[in-house]
Ligand binder design. Structure first.
Ligand SMILES: NC(=O)c1ccc[n+]([C@@H]2O[C@H](COP(=O)([O-])OP(=O)(O)OC[C@H]3O[C@@H](n4cnc5c(N)ncnc54)[C@H](OP(=O)(O)O)[C@@H]3O)[C@@H](O)[C@H]2O)c1
Length: 280
């Protein structure tokens, strides 16, 4: 049993990147943190200095509920859930196998739904905060990341609906990061784009551009500081965009510009030719 005065938080996807930064920062600030990973024994031993890393696969109902049961058995309550677990699947809509598209949705969207469903029974009674990591790709589609973008667009609607269902008892917000330097870039799985194929040139250029932008992206501790600020805040807005200033500006501009103009700017940014993307 941990110190009863400390707030208890579960951070999914805490073995790497944004989840690891959040779990470490919150633990250092006095939270009792349970981080999750599919392979807690193999990854990031550094994490153990600050928080307990427990096994959880976001695609497995029992795995998710058993983490929540474990924390409730140890501490009697869960004050906050941070959903950071996620994967990136890239490639052309036409070429990414549907089974992989389904896996993308299963981890990024249903994985969040599983965790939220599991904590709600106790949070509805005791109160609590749910912070979900969406993405700026949940606000604008990104070429050759359609299934990733779809999983993040799904979270936008999910969080809006959830806020209205449980708003009296549970605070809910979506964090929409731009590009951050994390393990996400190396872990991204690319399908299709075979040499000489219709999407090869544009797809590889777009994904190369994304990877460069992520490697030069913001420091994950910025998301961790935001998460702490939100956990301490009296009121939460529905959404918080965070990341490189140019990307935050672009998100603001997208409302002002005609959709086609914004689309052309985005295509130019990712090096996708204006004539519908596909190469010969
Ligand atoms: N980095 C960015 O630029 C960026 C931008 C916008 C949004 N985001 C979002 O931020 C979140 C965190 O991404 P990140 O950049 O920190 O990526 P990351 O460094 O690759 O970390 C991803 C985390 O998710 C966990 N994970 C992956 N598949 C899982 C599964 N099936 N079940 C449970 N956990 C799983 C991984 O843990 P194990 O492998 O140990 O299980 C890892 O801890 C994601 O939702 C991502 O979409 C990131």
């Amino acid at each position: 049993m941990n110190d009863k005065r400390k707030r208890v938080v579960i951070v999914t996807g805490a073995s790497s990147g944004l989840g690891n930064a959040c779990a470490t920062h919150l633990a250092k600030k006095g939270f009792v943190v349970y981080g999750t990973s599919r392979r807690p024994d193999e990854k990031n031993r550094r994490a153990d200095e600050f928080f307990e890393l427990v096994r959880m696969d976001a695609t497995d109902d029992d795995s998710v509920t058993s983490v929540v049961d474990y924390v409730l058995a140890k501490d009697g309550r869960i004050d906050a859930l941070l959903c950071c677990a996620g994967i990136g699947i890239a490639g052309a809509v036409e070429e990414v196998p549907i089974v992989e598209a389904a896996r993308q949705m299963d981890v990024n969207f249903l994985g969040v739904a599983r965790a939220v469903r599991a904590v709600l029974p106790s949070m509805r009674v005791n109160g609590g905060t749910v912070l979900v990591l969406g993405s700026m790709a949940g606000l604008v589609g990104v070429p050759f990341q359609a299934y990733y973008a779809a999983s993040k667009f799904a979270l936008e609607g999910f969080v809006d609906s959830l806020r209205m269902e449980v708003g009296g008892a549970v605070r809910v917000a979506l964090i929409e990061p731009g590009d951050f330097r994390t393990g996400f870039t190396a872990a991204r799985e690319v399908f299709g784009l075979a040499e000489g194929g219709p999407y090869s040139e544009a797809g590889r250029r777009a994904i190369g551009g994304m990877e460069r932008s992520e490697r030069e992206g913001s420091d994950p501790v910025i998301v961790a500081r935001l998460a702490l600020k939100l956990l301490d805040a009296r009121r939460l807005r529905a959404r918080y965009s965070v990341g490189p200033w140019g990307q935050r500006l672009a998100m603001a501009l997208r409302r002002a510009l005609p959709r086609r103009i914004f689309e052309l700017i985005l295509m130019a940014y990712y090096g996708v030719p204006a004539r519908n993307g596909a190469s010969k």
